[in-house]
Ligand binder design. Structure first.
Ligand code: 6PG
Length: 485
């Protein structure tokens, strides 16, 4: 039996499902001696058999051998399904690691779990870097966008390794230290929330072009290809065209037409909305996307309402310039979704005491990740112009995008309503924009109602202080605070 290698690997990967083995291959391709371990030996053996010649791998069938094969301070990336099993693997490593060693969780973990795990491991003098990795299987292999959290000490050790495997945008690696403890997984969660919103908006555009625009699937692929040449250029638009071109082998129909119209989800979009609600941040674009998936997945309710014999509205005649209008509405709605996404990053940073550089986040999303897009350069520039921007919508470039597209946006939303085409993403983005830009909101009436039934008090526009009307008395007004005595 040959000697087991000790202290030779620059980094190790635990979990040899597709994401883990692709990440291990990416690490090895870039000159990192990479230790690999999986709970069952078959997957490790498969990686070595099929890809062992691509770089220097150090396979182990035993967790003790795996740990021993790592150079000190040790670094191991866990690539197992989030939630299930992560704590068990952390425990296995932590029991064997020494002070200063680093455990990286590269799964889609809930950032609150990451905060807890980081604290536990810090108390044991170990580093824990919860790290968002985006780009799917292909990204893991050829260059993902990487969002590491954890301590500065862990980042110093991880930086060269992660930079070697990250995607590149304009010569810069798509990885930056997001912030301490759960910051990396928080930002990855928001990335996924934005991904949901972006996908929903694209789906609404597709539906409008199909049902009102009258395009068949082949023509739709052309439209998305064309959009991908302009400001909307992005991975999600690009794959939309590819998906629309795909034919079902069995029926010869476009594949999209034979796929069940019920969208699934694994939870990160829901987490984004739950956390945004807790932080008081209106992420309506992400919320509508989560809800739209939920509505689609309620077949009984859909059938029950469809069974009502009331007839559906006929789509209105296709308006002139409809495709351009839909493109403008999509772009404006997308600006709203991203603006809201950055709002929750700002609120999360405040709540959890992270120093998050918004421009740097936009930069590392320019390549490798699912929401990569030309448009992210505009966000980078916006935060360069003003790092304290109150909302992306107030930036000069985005304000112009919305102003230029506003009339089209309104036409599209009203056309959709008249035609009975659901556009929750487009419509709620427009309402959000109208809310921010209205000089007076009906919130005044809500305040009066609250005061009526619950004496919840209100402020006045003409003087400082807190006021209450004696609704069940003589209806005179009293000042409850700030009267100066
Ligand atoms: C990525 C993706 C990836 C995955 C999500 C979305 O950044 O590579 O966001 O994390 O696609 O899990 O999943 P659901 O749509 O199933 O929630």
């Amino acid at each position: 039996m040959s000697e087991k290698p000790v202290g030779v690997a620059d980094i190790g990967v635990v979990g040899m499902a597709v994401m883990g083995s692709n990440l291990a291959r990416n690490l090895a391709h870039h000159g990192n001696v990479t230790a690999v371990y999986n709970r069952t030996d078959a997957k490790t053996d498969e990686l070595i058999r099929d890809h062992g010649s691509e770089g220097e791998f150090v396979p182990s069938h035993d967790i003790d051998d795996f740990v021993a094969s790592l150079k000190k301070p040790r670094v191991a990336i866990i690539m197992v399904q989030a939630g299930r099993g992560t704590d068990a693997v952390i425990e296995q490593l932590a029991d064997r690691f020494e002070p200063g060693d680093i455990i990286v969780d590269g799964g889609n973990a809930n950032f609150l779990d990451t905060i807890r795990r980081e604290k536990d491991l810090r108390e044991r003098n170990l580093n824990f870097a919860g790290t968002g990795i985006s780009g799917g299987e292909e990204g893991a292999l050829n260059g993902p966008s990487i969002m590491p959290g954890g301590s500065d000490e862990a980042w110093d050790r991880l930086k060269p390794i992660l930079e070697s495997i990250a995607a590149e945008a304009e010569g810069e690696p798509c990885v930056t230290h997001i912030g301490h403890d759960g910051a990396g997984h928080f930002v990855k969660m928001v990335h996924n929330g934005i991904e949901y919103a972006d996908m929903q908006l694209i789906a609404e555009a597709y539906d409008l072009l199909r049902r009102v625009g009258g395009h068949d699937t082949a023509a739709l692929a052309e439209v998305f290809d064309e959009w991908n040449q302009g400001d909307l250029e992005s991975y999600l638009i690009e794959i939309t065209a590819e998906v629309l071109r795909q034919k079902d082998a069995e029926t010869g129909k476009p594949l999209v037409d034979v796929i069940t119209d019920q969208a699934g989800s694994k939870g990160t979009g829901v987490w984004t909305v739950q956390n945004a609600v807790g932080l008081g941040i209106p992420v309506s674009g992400i919320g509508e996307a989560v809800f739209a998936r939920a509505v689609s997945s309620k077949p009984k309710q859909r059938e029950a309402v469809q069974a009502l014999e009331k007839g559906r509205p006929e789509p209105v005649a296709k308006p002139d310039g409809f495709e351009d209008d839909v493109r403008a509405a999509l772009y404006a709605s997308k600006v709203v979704a991203y603006a809201q996404g950055f709002d929750i990053i700002i609120a999360g940073a405040e709540q959890y005491d992270w120093q998050i550089d918004k421009g740097a986040v936009a930069k590392i999303w320019r390549a490798g990740c699912i929401i990569r897009a030309r448009f992210l350069n505009r966000i980078v520039e916006a935060y360069e112009r003003n790092p304290e921007l109150p909302t992306l919508l107030a930036d000069e470039y985005f304000a112009k995008v919305v102003a230029d597209g506003e009339a089209a946006w309104r036409r599209v939303v009203s056309t959709a309503a008249l035609s009975g085409v659901p556009v929750p993403g487009f419509a709620s983005a427009l309402s959000y924009y109208d809310s921010l830009s209205s000089d007076r909101l009906p919130a005044a009436l809500i305040q009066a109602q609250r005061d009526f039934f619950g004496a919840h008090t209100y402020g006045r526009i003409d003087k400082p202080g807190v006021f209450h009307t004696l609704w069940s008395g003589d209806r005179s007004e009293i000042q409850t605070e700030g009267s100066g005595h």
